[in-house]
Design a protein around this ligand. Structure first.
Ligand code: HSE
Length: 344
């Protein structure tokens, strides 16, 4: 399995480290090597069809700020001239246009390559187009880490809960806002809490995307499309951020045994992100940078998950699970018709 990583920033490097760590396990499970053959950042790329050393890529990036020795002017040109099976697209997200991530995903799918992405912009703006392109080309596009980071949600709903009628998903999908609101619960001012969230590496490059609710709205749109089969974009979400929440409002909520949390909500008809009053002790009243989601289903009842919504290794863990699903499928088709059993 030849992997090309586009966007060799924090998450890309985390993925390289995780792949290095789990390489032997993948080989044992799927009788196939998972090798990074290409890696690209905003200025450079490295490519070797026989495989690159993931840890050497991480070191080079750390030392020189560049992942490779070759420059480029058009990422799509590089992607179309390299041989790989799966694109891991983890470029910085652009929620206005889809940015370079959208271009890279379109390019890879167009050439019949499978895609794993955690890039929210392309999925929140062009979901249907990308899914249709993947179908047309007979390839797989998976994006577990795009919502909730390490918290299982997309594949949980579409695979594990596949037989359920899911009536709603409500959740906390932005760690930065949750960190700020839970610090405000303790009397800390908004600006100071935001600064801390930025220092922790949770906030987006432009934190407006977090505090105005745009990041949560992208995730709500992705869930609506992937889980509810809707055809919506980020622009269809009714969004209210947390910038107008005052210390007084937080104190007033607390006096009623409530907290204020930024909640994203998706149903067949609803698509909203906004601050909501949540009773203390309720699963959606969590503090800190965690994400959480309550999935209401008809047979299983409410299913609640929580986990780390961002982070180098945490997000890479979601990419690993998508990679393993793709490797599993390839392994099964290799073994189809064979009299031997799959090596597990
Ligand atoms: N800025 C996001 C957050 C990162 O704070 O949750 C994960 O999408």
């Amino acid at each position: 399995m030849k992997i090309f990583v586009c966007g060799f920033g924090t998450v890309g490097q985390g993925f390289a480290e995780v792949l290095h760590d789990r390489g032997a396990m993948l080989r044992d499970m799927f009788e196939e090597e998972a090798a990074i053959v290409g890696a690209m950042d905003s200025r450079s790329y490295a490519y070797d069809p026989s495989g690159l050393d993931p840890m050497a890529l991480v070191s080079r990036k750390k030392e020189s700020g560049k992942v490779g020795g070759s420059g480029y002017s058009d990422s799509a040109e590089v992607l179309s001239s390299c041989d790989y099976d799966v694109l891991v697209e983890v470029s910085p997200t652009d929620v206005k246009t889809g940015g370079v991530g959208l271009k890279n995903i379109r390019c890879a799918l167009g050439y019949g390559k499978d895609v794993i992405t955690v890039n929210k912009g392309p999925l929140a703006l062009r979901y249907r187009e990308l899914v249709d392109l993947a179908d047309e080309k007979g390839c797989i596009m998976r994006f577990e880490g795009s919502v909730g980071g390490a918290m299982p949600i997309i594949n949980l709903c579409t695979e594990d809960l596949v037989g359920e009628r899911i009536t709603s998903i409500r959740g906390i999908f932005n760690g930065t806002c949750n960190y700020i609101l839970s610090k405000m619960d303790k009397g800390q001012p908004f600006d100071q809490a935001l600064k801390e969230a930025q220092q922790l590496g949770y906030a987006e490059t432009d934190p407006t995307n977090d505090i105005e609710g745009y990041d949560s709205a992208c995730k709500v749109a992705i869930l609506a499309n992937a889980v509810f089969g809707r055809d919506v974009t980020f622009n269809d979400v009714k969004i209210t951020g947390i910038t107008s929440i005052t210390d007084e409002a937080v104190a007033m909520a607390s006096s009623r045994n409530m907290v204020i949390r930024l909640i994203g909500e998706v149903t067949d008809t609803k698509l909203e992100v906004g601050p909501r009053l949540i009773p203390k002790g309720h699963p959606l009243s969590i503090s800190g940078t965690l994400n959480t989601a309550q999935i209401l289903t008809d047979l299983a009842g409410p299913v609640t998950v929580s986990g780390r919504g961002a982070g180098r290794t945490e997000t890479a863990s979601a990419i690993l699970s998508d990679l393993m699903a793709i490797m599993d499928k390839r392994c099964r088709s290799r073994w189809a018709g064979s009299s031997s059993t799959i090596p597990r």
